[in-house]
Structure formats: C-alpha cells, structure tokens
Design a protein around this ligand. Sequence first.
Ligand SMILES: [Zn+2]
Ligand SMILES: [Zn+2]
Length: 240
Amino acid sequence: MKMTQKLCRFCIDIIYPNRCPCCGEFIVWNELICSECAGKVRIDTDSLCRKCGKAKEDCICTGKLMYDEAAAISYYEDEAKTGLIAMKNSVSRNFGWYAGIEIGSWIMTQPEWMKCDGIVPVPMSRSKKMLRGYNQADIIAKGICDVTGIPLMKDCIIKKHSRQEQHTLGAKERAENVYSFIPAGRDLDGKRLIICDDIITTGSTINRCAEILKDCGAEKVYAAAAAVTVRKREEQDGSN
Ligand SMILES: [Zn+2]
Ligand SMILES: [Zn+2]
C-alpha cells in the first residue's frame, strides 16, 4: 500500500473506525482483518490441486485447462465468504487487500511464478465498474504487485457488457457467458502472466482469460484467486 493510501486509511478511520470485513469487530486503522479471522480463513495453499487450484476432492483437471497452475488462499465459505461479499457490495475493500498480500507472499516462495512479467486482473465491464466504483480483482492484483514487485497489466483483456452476472449462472451458462471476455489486441509474445480473480468456481472465467492471453502469445499463464468454492458449500446453497 502506498504512503498516500495509508494516510487516507488513517484519516477515514477517524470518521469510520476500521472493522474486520469478516466478523465486524473494530480493528486498528492499518490492519485489514482481525487476527482471529485471519487464522480461520487462511488455508494451506499447497494443499490445493496445483494445476486447477481447487480442493483436491473437487479437482477439475479432467476438463481442458488453458492455465498452467492455480493458487488460492481461502475457501469460499464462512468468514472468507463474508469478507468477499463485503468487497462485492462496496462495504469494505479490506479482504481484497488482505488476499492480495497473502497471495503475493505465497508467490514469493514460488520461483517459477516470480519469473512472471505481469499481473492481469480479470476485467469488469465499464458499466458494472461505474456502479460498484471499483473492480475487486484490481484490488487483489494491486496487493500482489505491492508484495512481489511484479507489474500490474490491466490492458490485456476487455469485458463487454453482459446482461447476466457470471455468479448467477449455472455451469453450462457460465461456460457460454465467458465469451463476453475478448482480447484487447495487445501483443503478449513470450510473456509469463498471472491472471487474478476474487473467486474460482467452475474455473470457466479464468480459463477463458488464460485462453485469450495465450492466443495473444503468452507462454505461461498462472491463476491466483482470493478463494475457491468447495463442492459441499455449492450443493448446500445451490448458488453455483
Ligand atoms: Zn474478524
Ligand atoms: Zn486439479
């Protein structure tokens, strides 16, 4: 986080005291999440399937994956889900920063990932970004950039306006809806990139984005997310 952003957080804290985005407890102005929630949400990234990024029992590697490896720092349930929903609803960006820093710290331990030339956040359509005020994938990506020093590359993929939200669709519709992502026409010859999103559900969004980046010449595409859904949860709430 830059000095100006820190100063901004300090001043905002005087008017709106900083809270943990997961449990709502008051926290110090320069904290992003309370230590109790941090202990609950952070999973062992290395316990996930290295290739698809899902929990090993939910592995989706049998499908055609366009990305080379994937990683996440939490499961989309309980405190992590609350933190991500708070970010989606423009209530708090804290979980995005927290996830970005945690993913960044994990990437620092991965020599192959550290060879990457850029972090590419999954884009949001202009109209949706105007409505929300920000793209949550941008926040996570900036957190990763801050920690790793790998530059942010936002102008690689365009998201066209689509009437239906990806998370409201079933697996088949998700797979079709991803064609609202199109290349921005940038030459990415030989580049190694990390595509970044908030949640990996069916993997269709990051798969389409990885396909675009590779069509534009990218040599390797890794995927990083704040959270991955777990099948148990998907079956319970029927949301995916
Ligand atoms: Zn908390
Ligand atoms: Zn897998």
